[in-house]
Design a binder for this molecule. Structure first.
Ligand SMILES: C[S@@+](CC[C@H](N)C(=O)[O-])C[C@H]1O[C@@H](n2cnc3c(N)ncnc32)[C@H](O)[C@@H]1O
Length: 268
């Protein structure tokens, strides 16, 4: 492992806002000591808890926390070296409503009790075009989220991927779920609202267009449009949609390529 990574890992061991547990702790009797106790033991209050899954460098987690002192925010990612950026920012800015948890999203219910979480943000995940069970808006993952969310909890997806956007809409339709919000180009929508002097609907929080993650900036610079869906997960069995979805064709292209893809153009 490179020296830089080792330094970051050592620093994270000392940061109060960073939580990471060996698997043996999760497997032991009692499991994660923070399960059901994030409000009391980490934040010292019972404010609503928002998770960002696959938070990368944690820009969204930190910025949401900065804007909402009445909420608690936890960024979750498996990669510690990325998370270090957000953890350092939260530490330097003395934000006491932010934490970072290094773990796998699949293990969410080992860390949170039923009903402990109010909102889940999923920001620019890999669309996992070949593996529905790994897809972060796939029904298997939604079942995991449902085990920790309040009954009125909301899942928010922000993505560049036409494939994932379409898949998520199809998944909602297959399960008779009415999205709370769905938009295939949030910046165009916000621009129109500005042009006509209209406020954005309440379902589109200001942070949506005001906070950009690292990956979001990359995709925007390549000319991609940014999409958003918000929804609740009802009780009952969830079904995978039975539809063919055109895969994204831009992901394999070199990073500097600016190319609104054909599939993206069709989406708009
Ligand atoms: C494409 S990046 C997006 C990062 C960040 N949300 C952004 O927009 O800049 C996806 C992130 O999800 C994390 N990730 C992917 N699968 C995960 C899993 N099963 N558990 C935890 N983190 C995961 C990766 O480590 C990576 O940091």
């Amino acid at each position: 492992m490179g020296k830089n990574k080792l330094r970051k890992f050592a620093e994270m061991e000392q940061m109060q806002c960073v939580y990471q547990y060996p698997f043996a702790v999760l497997e032991s009797e009692g499991g994660c000591p923070m399960r059901g106790r994030w409000g009391a033991d980490c934040f010292g209050n019972d404010n609503p808890l928002t998770l960002e899954l696959g938070c990368g460098k944690g820009e969204y987690t930190v910025e949401l926390a900065r804007r909402n002192s009445g909420g608690n925010f936890i960024g979750i990612d498996i990669k510690g070296a990325r998370m270090w950026t957000g953890a350092r920012e939260a530490t330097t800015a003395r934000l006491d409503n932010v934490a970072f948890l290094r773990t796998s999203i699949e293990l969410l219910d080992r860390f949170f009790e039923p009903g402990e979480v109010s909102d889940i943000w999923i920001t620019f995940p890999d669309p996992q075009m070949k593996k529905a069970r790994k897809r972060l808006t796939g029904t298997k993952m939604l079942e995991t989220y449902r085990r920790v969310l309040r009954p009125d909890g909301v899942v928010h997806l922000k993505t560049d991927s036409p494939f994932l956007y379409r898949y998520t809409l199809e998944m909602l339709q297959a399960n008779d779920i009415q999205p709370l919000a769905a938009c295939n180009d949030i910046y165009a929508y916000a621009g129109l609202a500005r042009k006509y002097g209209q406020p954005m609907p309440a379902e589109f929080p200001p942070a949506l267009t005001e906070v950009r993650t690292y990956y979001e900036q990359q995709w925007l610079s390549r000319g991609m449009t940014i999409k958003y869906i918000a929804f609740r997960i009802p009780e009952g069995e969830l079904r995978e949609p039975d539809v063919e979805i055109e895969p994204d064709n831009y992901r394999a292209y070199p990073r500097h390529t600016v190319m609104p893809s054909d599939s993206d153009k069709k989406e708009n």
